[in-house]
Design a binder for this molecule. Structure first.
Ligand code: ADP
Ligand code: GLC
Length: 483
């Protein structure tokens, strides 16, 4: 097998800096690809959380002026990951999230900040950093979308380019008059280049100019080619259909392993699912829920945003909580959703608990202790929490969209009889459909043996990274054959 070098270009990376599933994917894929003979180095902005955790740091390139100040490119290691980090304090040394100010607004210079990420990626792609010459540059989401553009609008020989769409709702749109400042030639501002309805579209540029396009599930690959799911980019994606594919995400099987998870009160495997009862009790205690093994406990671990459909859970609460059932929610984001769940916790003391914020440990405890996980997303490119849930014997109840449709097998009569069911799906994404799935789940939960089979089916699934890593490896090789 021919060894390959791949530069992965990402704006977040677990465990260093994470706002969502992109970090998990970017953090897990390099290790899985190593088994396919692929060496991945990840390029990441030098946010405050990044620089202190690095080992074996070496400055490999300097910039006198990277959009407003000097910068250094540092090669380093963090855990098992090989990194390039852009140390550019004027762009990245700030409080807040990678994308937002502490009061929740986009940083006003996000165009420059993420153009810098792509510019440096292209420089590495052109072989300007001795010791690591990538065969393929793999860009993730809009933040890395200009990397294929900088590589394209240049005369030098270039590596292959792949862009992965983790969420087409975030497109990176900026005013056209930034074109010159971003170092793009006037010829780039056309429908075949970076132009998108009169603006510069970072994601659009990547989708137009990368050799291959992937997204994170086969169903989402189809959905984004439709007017309903493409959010304006469906025409472009249809035109490029032969180059578009969907590769399902995995989860990191070392981090998400119920048999070894240090965050759980009781560790368990498929042969000892009953040990989850200790985790349920510990979770109820930690969150101030009534400690009761016979109360069905629903969990949520989610960003609180329109995408995730959690307003349906709010609407369903009176029915969901009948018979003393409970809800444990961990989430952060939209202020209105946050305060609505807080209000619900006050209305249903002992039955609804919400922890507003980001808490990795509690995420594991909800997965290891609740009976069912609610993921009622309006759209979901892949979704990772339903995969973690199945690995942890926590039965997912999901809307039938994107990666949720591809990963959960609905417990209809035939699937139950065939021993294949792993959870519950509902469609359309509406309150009546959600309520119907919630009550089907409650009915099946009262049959302990049937529920145990659902849990065991989910736990037996392969939700790791080996299969997707093989698919990415094949894709990189195909893409190199073509350029
Ligand atoms: P998205 O990337 O759209 O947010 P995913 O399901 O792909 O959705 O990934 C979400 C990741 O973030 C999962 O690893 C999940 O466990 C984690 N997560 C989401 N919200 C929280 C939270 N409030 N605290 C801890 N982890 C969270
Ligand atoms: C995005 C999507 C999510 C996906 C994740 C990782 O944040 O919303 O569905 O699992 O990226 O690919």
């Amino acid at each position: 097998m021919m060894p390959l070098n791949v530069l992965s270009v990402t704006s977040e990376l677990f465990p260093i800096i994470k706002t969502g599933g992109l970090a998990d994917v970017a953090g897990a894929l390099p290790g899985a690809l190593a088994k396919e003979g692929i060496r991945v180095v990840t390029l990441l902005p030098g946010y405050p959380a990044v620089l202190p955790g690095l080992d074996k740091m070496e400055v490999v390139r300097s910039y006198d002026d990277l959009w407003g100040g000097p910068a250094r490119l540092i090669a380093a290691r963090a855990g098992h990951l090989d990194l390039f980090v852009i140390d550019a304090p004027h762009l990245f040394d700030r409080p807040g999230s990678p994308y937002l100010t502490p009061d929740g607004r986009d940083w006003p210079d996000n165009a420059r900040r993420f153009a810098a990420l792509s510019r440096v990626a292209a420089d590495i792609g052109f072989g300007l950093v001795p010791g690591f010459v990538p065969d393929v540059v793999h860009a993730h989401d809009w933040q890395a979308g200009l990397a294929p553009a900088y590589l394209h609008f240049d005369d030098r020989p270039r590596p292959g380019t792949v862009i992965t769409v983790h969420n087409i709702a975030f497109q990176g749109l900026f005013p056209a008059d930034l074109l010159y400042e971003l170092g793009l030639p006037p010829s780039a501002f056309t429908i075949d280049g970076v132009e998108y309805y009169g603006q510069i579209g970072f994601l659009k540029a990547g989708l137009q100019l990368a050799d291959r396009i992937t997204t994170v599930s086969p169903t989402y690959a189809r959905e984004i080619q439709t007017p309903e799911g493409g959010m304006g980019l469906d025409g472009l994606l249809r035109a490029r259909a032969p180059d578009v594919s969907g590769i399902l995400n995995g989860v990191d099987e070392d981090i998400w392993n119920p048999a070894t998870d240090p965050n759980l009160k009781a560790r368990f495997g498929p042969d000892a699912i009953e040990a989850r009862a200790f985790n349920k009790e510990a979770l109820q205690r930690r969150l101030g829920l009534t400690v009761d093994p016979d109360a069905m406990l629903f969990g949520v671990v989610s960003r609180l945003s329109e995408q995730k459909g959690l307003d349906l859970v709010l609407g369903a609460l009176p029915v969901l909580l009948e018979d003393g059932a409970q809800l444990a929610l961990l989430g952060a984001g939209d202020r209105i959703l946050e305060s609505s769940f807080q209000a619900a916790a006050a209305v249903y003391p002992g039955q609804v608990a919400c922890f507003l914020g980001y808490d990795e440990v509690l995420a594991h405890q909800i997965q290891g202790g609740s009976d069912a996980l609610l993921v009622p997303s309006r759209f979901e490119p892949c979704g990772l929490t339903q995969l973690c849930a199945m690995r942890y014997g926590n039965v997912p109840i999901v809307s039938r969209v994107g990666g949720l449709a591809d990963t959960v097998i609905d417990a209809n009569e035939m699937a139950v009889a065939a021993g294949a069911a792993t959870g519950f799906q509902f469609s359309p994404v509406s309150l009546p459909a959600a309520l119907e799935a919630f009550s089907r789940a409650k009915r099946l939960w009262s049959d302990a043996d049937a529920w145990r089979r659902l849990q065991a089916n989910g736990m037996a699934l392969d939700v790791g990274w080996s299969r997707p890593a093989r698919q990415y490896a094949d894709l990189y090789r195909e893409c190199l054959e073509e350029i």
